[in-house]
Design a protein around this ligand. Structure first.
Ligand code: UD1
Ligand code: CA
Length: 465
């Protein structure tokens, strides 16, 4: 078999998207559509991958700068899918087998691609039957069930428009033959009409070739993305696919239709995710991890038996075994909760280690710090880590107790077992076991009465509570 070259068409304007961004960079499952197509292309182990670009070419190329193997083809002003393939063919050996993919058909099944590339026909088209064929090229068969030509949506007469057998865009053929049929398909210069790749079918037939037709196994996955409604449709389909795979691997999802994975999720046994959990980047859960509704987990690891309660946002964090987080907690990069540590509501932790059993239950900011094992931070504790120019470290020893509403002005260290009285501002180290407090003494006076408004009478204004 001749070597296989892939052409991915990604030069179209994507007008129907109404976006400043090139269409193939629109995200599906957290990655550009083109990344999905490239993943499938790679799986075919081709001799080369040629990606045709034009609009936003620099943006597209830089999004895939790490892919040094891609052969970028600059189409110049896009004149249609036929012209795009023509441009790519210049860099492909005449005898090569060519498979054309579209950058805006991101969920194309690998099995379909393999079937089309390996069909052995001089020209082979991947089609499918749909309920609503609007917007797609229609596959017109001759009387004997062979493909005769493809009619584009905007050129279809009412009878052709009623055909629900559509072109997925995927097509395979021999490079030299494709070139010949494409030359024959070129529309007259200066006309309005684009140069259609799909016209190669009629020209192959005119040469007496029969054209192979493969039916896709998954009519939903071969649909293109031209506008944001179609993008959302493919997003839900992709999410359902991911959810099904995770559920088969043993994950409990409260509702697979209210789950979004925009990265990769690895789970142990018996993890449970409540509704509206969003996963981004690489997230790893141990066994028996429970995640409450509305949580966002981005690039983090949560060990066995940990619980993340409702509406918590975790990014770049490591939650140790049996630790609990939330509800309404925020763990930022470098947050590390060791075994059994506890972070409660309205607590933010950044670049800080909470050692085993440490508790930070409410309304607190812990940044650039170590909190020793068993230490307890009261509500409203703030590590003042930033002096306006530099970040400084706070060290809190084992079993230390920090009273509510305390400012710890870093750099500062609180010794093991030390106690800080509520409402203190601590700017010097506290030795182990000591009590430190900066609280002003409470004064009480019994000879004082509250001012009264001139002329005001009665108890209503003199409320005591
Ligand atoms: C195309 C097909 C149609 C098929 C449908 C499937 C043609 C003429 N029509 O229509 O039969 O049913 O896809 O989704 O092929 N592109 C370029 N250069 C260009 C024009 C387009 O690279 O000059 C790229 C686009 O970026 C896109 C792909 O080719 O990735 C398809 O172009 P698009 O304009 O979306 O074609 P459709 O109207 O969807
Ligand atoms: Ca399209």
């Amino acid at each position: 078999m001749e070597e296989l070259h892939l052409i991915i068409l990604a030069a179209g304007k994507g007008t129907r998207m109404r976006s400043a961004r090139p269409k193939v960079l629109q995200a599906l499952g957290g990655r550009p559509m083109l990344a999905h197509v490239l993943e499938r292309a790679d799986a075919l182990s081709p001799a080369a991958i040629h990606v045709v670009v034009s609009h936003g070419r620099e943006e597209v190329k830089s999004a895939f700068a790490a892919r040094e193997d891609i052969r970028w083809v600059d189409q110049g002003p896009p004149r249609g899918t036929g012209h795009a393939v023509m441009c790519a063919l210049e860099g492909i050996p005449q005898r090569a087998r060519v498979l054309v993919l579209y950058g805006d058909v991101p969920r194309i099944p690998l099995a379909d691609l393999e079937a089309c590339a390996g069909s052995g026909e001089r020209l082979c088209v991947l089609g499918t039957r749909v309920r609503d064929p609007r917007g797609y090229g229609r596959l017109i068969e001759d009387g004997t069930g062979h493909l005769e030509r493809i009619v584009e949506d905007k050129d279809a007469d009412p009878q052709e428009a009623a055909v629900n057998h559509i072109n997925t865009g995927v097509l395979a053929g021999e490079a030299a033959a494709l070139q010949r049929w494409l030359v024959a398909s070129e529309p007259p210069a200066g006309g309005e009409r684009e140069w259609y790749l799909t016209d190669t079918v009629a020209h192959a037939r005119a040469e007496g070739e029969s054209v192979g037709l493969i039916a896709s196994a998954d009519p939903d996955a071969v649909l293109g993305v031209n506008d944001r409604a179609q993008l959302a449709y493919q997003e839900r389909a992709l999410q359902r696919e991911i959810a099904d795979r995770l559920m088969r691997s043993g994950l409990t999802l409260a509702d697979p239709d209210r789950f979004d994975c925009r990265g990769s999720l690895t789970v142990g046994t018996d993890c449970r995710l409540d509704v509206n959990v969003v996963i981004e980047g690489d997230v790893v859960l141990g066994d028996d991890v429970e995640v409450g509704p509305g949580c966002v987990l981005r690039e983090c690891r949560v060990d066995s038996g940990a619980r993340i309660d409702a509406c918590s946002v975790l990014e770049g964090a490591h939650v140790g075994a049996g630790a609990t987080v939330g509800p309404f907690a925020r763990l930022r990069p470098g947050a590390e909760l060791q075994t059994g540590a506890r972070v409660g509501n309205f607590v933010e932790v950044k670049n800080a280690v909470l050692e085993a059993g440490a508790k930070v239950n409410h309304l607190t900011y812990v940044g650039d710090a170590r909190v020793g094992p068993g230490a307890n931070l009261g509500a409203g504790t703030i590590t003042c880590n930033y002096d306006g120019a530099n970040k400084h470290h706070t060290d809190i020893g084992a079993d230390a107790f920090i009273g509510s509403n305390t400012a710890l002005v870093a750099p500062v260290a609180i010794g093991d077992g030390a106690t800080v009285g509520a409402g203190s501002t601590i700017s010097r180290d506290v030795p182990p076991g000591a009590l430190a407090l900066t609280r002003a003494p409470t004064r009480t006076r019994n000879d004082w009465s509250r001012p009264r408004k001139e002329g005001a009478s009665g108890s209503g204004n003199n409320h005591e509570g």
